[in-house]
Design a protein around this ligand. Structure first.
Ligand code: AMP
Length: 384
């Protein structure tokens, strides 16, 4: 089987090869991770993630009893039975804690290497590599291992982008941001040890459901607002918020991933944006836009586009590329009548041409539409 062949190949390889990545310090080894007290080892991080997930119980999450039973990315028999994250996660948290016990007994993990992991089924394929389910052998800790080929990274001219992604993502700890536990490399590949998002891509959920009910969209947007607030406090702009860059955890909580376009603000990046135009804010499509002429408020615009797409099933400015740009520049969109007045109000307050006049994230979190659907006491059954 392909997976077995892969595993066998992994078993034979050495991960200590000297190479240009090492020379140019592209890759931070786990020795550094473990020895630096501000960058906890895999075990600590695993526990932090578990407890962070428990903290996210402040927001009622669209989790499901059926989903709690099996960690399958996409169950065809999904039925919404939302419950709180704390209830849902307690069993798994305890289980993960037990499984991680072996690691705590090790004072430090010297260095991550491939032999430490059992490689499981492929989870997906990105532009520059594949992602596999993996289990750390000693602790049994489940994670996702992303394998990037160095030759493809250099051919694609994205080494700096990947380096930035690693730098930024490895310093983030938030229940709605996909955790990067560590990374290592061999002569040909870079391996990223990522938190496993059991329910896969949010984009697929959205396509399957066509559009989300208001309670679910609202809970997702509350989680996005919380994660973005955290990023902006750290002066990080994501710049590529869209359903394709969001994964879903075992409890139905969202996990922002893909920090390939993220930057520290003010940024010094000089590159043309590629991919979909649908989420680009007006200040980034203006001719002559320089890198310093926009700020973290670009993420607020994208949050407005995301809110719209969650509720309507398509992005607000979806059109031919030329028309999309024109419509973005004028904030030219219409919201269908089935969208509630509260949701409509939030979308309009986010999709504002002047970045400074967009509703701030703190006010998103306390907006009537969010409060209506995200208080602990509210039951999803009343809302659907
Ligand atoms: P990427 O290269 O990051 O775009 O990943 C390719 C695909 O692998 C994604 O579209 C997901 O379906 C899957 N994937 C990536 N990372 C994870 C993860 N941490 N947990 C679960 N699935 C993942």
């Amino acid at each position: 089987m392909a997976t077995r062949t892969l595993e066998a190949r992994f078993e034979r390889m050495s991960v200590n090869d000297e190479n240009e990545y090492q020379k140019t310090k592209v890759v931070t080894t786990t020795t550094q991770v473990a020895s630096n007290s501000s960058r906890p080892n895999l075990y600590k991080v695993a526990l932090q993630t578990q407890s962070a997930n428990a903290v996210s119980a402040a927001v009622t999450l669209p989790s499901q009893a059926a989903q709690r039973k099996v960690a399958q990315p996409s169950s065809p028999t999904r039925k919404a039975l939302p419950t709180t994250a704390s209830r849902a996660s307690s069993d798994e948290a305890a289980h993960a804690e037990r499984k991680s016990a072996a690691l705590i007994e090790q004072p430090t993990i010297k260095q991550f290497h491939l032999g430490m992991f059992e490689i499981g089924r492929p989870l997906g394929k990105g532009k520059f590599g594949r992602v596999y389910l993996a289990r750390e052998r000693t602790s049994g800790f489940i994670c996702a291992l992303k394998v990037l080929h160095k030759s493809e990274l250099s051919q694609g001219g994205v080494e700096r982008q990947v380096r930035r992604e690693i730098e930024i993502q490895s310093n983030l700890r938030h229940p709605n941001i996909l955790q990067l536990f560590g990374h290592f490399h061999d002569s040909k590949r870079v391996f990223l040890i990522l938190e496993f998002a059991a329910k896969g891509e949010l984009y697929k959920h959205l396509r399957r459901e066509n559009r989300f009910p208001e309670w679910k969209a609202s809970q997702y947007i509350a989680q996005m607002a919380s994660a973005l607030r955290y990023l902006h406090r750290k002066h990080i702009i994501h710049r590529d918020i869209k359903p394709e860059n969001i994964l879903v955890g075992i409890h139905g909580e969202i996990k922002i991933s893909d920090f390939g376009w993220s930057v520290h603000a003010p940024n010094s990046r000089r590159k043309t944006m590629c991919g979909t135009l649908d989420y680009l804010p007006p200040e980034m499509i203006k001719p002559g836009t320089s890198d310093n002429s926009y700020n973290e408020k670009v993420d607020l615009w994208s949050l407005g586009v995301l809110t719209y797409e969650f509720l309507v099933g398509e992005a607000p400015f979806e059109d031919t590329p030329v028309m999309t740009q024109r419509r973005i520049a004028r904030a030219d969109m219409s919201i269908p009548s089935f969208v509630s007045p509260e949701a409509r109000d939030l979308i309009k307050k986010l999709l504002v041409l002047d970045p400074e006049k967009r509703i701030p994230l703190e006010q998103v979190q306390t907006h009537a539409w969010i409060v209506k659907h995200c208080t602990k006491s509210s039951s999803s059954r009343d809302k659907s």
